[in-house]
Design a protein around this ligand. Structure first.
Ligand SMILES: Nc1ncnc2c1ncn2[C@@H]1O[C@H](COP(=O)(O)OP(=O)(O)OP(=O)(O)O)[C@@H](O)[C@H]1O
Ligand SMILES: [Mg+2]
Length: 279
């Protein structure tokens, strides 16, 4: 995904209701706890008339505050569309979407401003959040330390490895102080070892900050490694096929027998679903 801005500012949450628009009435803020995410009967149709395509059909999903939800599904099944709806960047055609508090986004591309240092990229997020100038320096330093990048604060993105750039993106997510974090294949471009290390980082930051995470990936093992729960999506139209709690103790290893076994089961389920749909 190409962005012309360094990151998308958090959508105000809960998603602002517009009584004149179909399918946009968010649950009342009083009904959602901070960090909670809720989709009720969400359908998303792109296009009109003969060219109308139903991308998501009747999606019901509840994510508890502090839960790490991993979402897996075939390409084009509507995973990114679902995250955009949760972020309030788009509205459902019918149904409701609500979040208890703001959302922050992390993509496959770290989308850092190339002319700013790591510290300046994080400080920009603080400025956009309205943190006074005098407090930004200390906060930026502590955020970069939280992602173990304190010694690289003055490097510009081209002087950082892919993994380091994603750590800056993670620090920038934390700078937004949003209880709900949406991660759209954030590690898809990294090599296996860096990816493995980033799993540890993301898990640590998630646990320390008590975040609710919706993590989209194509990698079923990664989903089992990270998720409190894995949701499998099917396509044409995109919908939730299975929701499986992952009860393996943490920390988990990507190459452990338990993770491999569960991942194999879920992969078989995805294949069956694809075969049923002729995919
Ligand atoms: N703004 C849009 N207008 C029209 N169609 C769209 C729009 N955004 C997405 N789509 C279509 O919706 C479907 C789902 O797209 P989406 O990007 O949500 O899939 P995805 O599951 O994230 O796929 P991938 O795993 O490849 O990232 C695709 O067929 C896509 O072409
Ligand atoms: Mg996508």
């Amino acid at each position: 995904m190409t962005l012309t801005i360094p990151f998308r500012p958090s959508a105000p949450g809960p998603t602002a209701p517009d009584p004149t628009a179909p399918g946009s009435t968010a649950p009342s803020p009083a009904t959602l706890a901070r960090g909670e995410v809720r989709l009720d009967g969400v359908t998303k149709v792109f296009g009109r008339g003969a060219s109308a395509t139903t991308v998501l059909a009747d999606v019901d999903l509840r994510v508890a505050p502090g839960e790490f939800l991993a979402v897996v599904g075939p390409s084009g099944c509507g995973k990114s569309t679902m995250l955009s709806l949760v972020a309030g960047l788009d509205r459902p055609t019918s149904g409701t979407v609500g979040t208890g508090g703001k959302t922050a986004f992390m993509f496959q591309d770290a989308t850092l401003l190339p002319w700013l240092t790591a510290a300046q990229n994080v400080a920009l997020a603080l400025r956009l959040r309205g943190v006074p100038r005098g407090e930004r320096g200390d906060l930026t330093r502590s955020l970069l330390e939280r992602v173990r990048l304190g010694s690289h604060a003055d490097r510009r993105p081209h002087e950082l490895s892919g993994g380091m750039r994603q750590r800056v993106a993670l620090a920038r997510v934390l700078a937004q102080d949003a209880p709900v974090v949406l991660m759209d294949e954030p590690l898809g471009a990294l090599d296996a070892m860096t990816r493995d290390r980033m799993h540890d980082e993301i898990e640590r930051v998630w646990a320390e900050a008590g975040l609710t995470v919706l993590f989209v990936t194509h990698n079923v093992r990664e989903a089992v490694r990270l998720g409190d729960r894995v949701v499998l999506m099917g396509s044409s139209p995109g919908r939730i096929v299975t929701s499986r709690p992952i009860e393996l103790p943490r920390p988990r290893r990507l190459d452990s027998a338990g993770v491999a076994e569960l991942a194999a089961e879920l992969t078989a389920e995805l294949r069956e679903e694809g075969a049923r749909r002729g995919g």
